[in-house]
Design a protein around this ligand. Structure first.
Ligand code: FMN
Length: 166
């Protein structure tokens, strides 16, 4: 089973979770890179929160991998302003996800996780979401527990995708 882990990360938390997933299931990584938006400094932070809250989609560098070449997609986003980040929205609304089974995840300070996961669900074509995972940034302080939780979930997603194929 070939898995692709697509994510955006500004400060590294979502990247860490994405890397744990990829390691657990032998998957490949696709990090989304925004084009033409400044996210640094106080203004960048404010703009990021506002863009997340308003449901903006941003332009991203052309993805290097094609979802059609994989059996399972993991798609992950930080929470910004109570919702998914513009880069992930840009990806999900422009990439051909090929109706592949998907598993969605987010990282957050602690709020609006349900809404963010619901958005990830709604942007995944035709109810192909196998499961979801939310990681709060406090959990990153316990690397072993985090690694175990993420790997267990990721392997469950692979098993669920495999069961669907039969
Ligand atoms: C602009 C901005 C807005 C944020 N808004 C929220 C929020 O609404 N709810 C929340 O729980 N965390 C929020 N956070 C915290 C991030 O979701 C959290 O730190 C996340 O793990 C960052 O992921 P990253 O390190 O992959 O960029 C926000 C962070 C930033 C930079």
């Amino acid at each position: 089973m070939k898995s692709l882990v697509v994510y955006y990360s500004k400060s590294g938390n979502t990247r860490r979770v994405a890397e744990e997933i990829a390691r657990a299931v032998g998957g490949e990584l696709e990090e989304l890179v925004e084009v033409g938006v400044k996210r640094s400094g106080a203004l960048g932070f404010l703009r990021a929160g506002r863009d997340g809250m308003r449901g903006r989609a941003s332009k991203i560098d052309a993805p290097k991998k094609r979802p059609a070449d994989y059996d399972l997609l993991f798609i992950g986003s930080p929470v910004w302003g109570g919702n998914i980040v513009p880069a992930v929205r840009g990806y999900m609304t422009s990439a051909d996800l090929a109706s592949k089974p998907a598993a969605v995840f987010c990282t957050a300070g602690g709020a609006s996780v349900e809404r963010t996961l619901a958005t990830l669900h709604s942007l995944t074509p035709t109810s192909r979401v196998l499961g979801e995972l939310a990681v709060l940034q406090g959990e990153l302080k316990s690397p072993e527990a985090l690694s175990h939780r993420v790997a267990t979930w990721a392997k469950e997603m692979v098993a669920a995708a495999g069961a669907r194929e039969k």
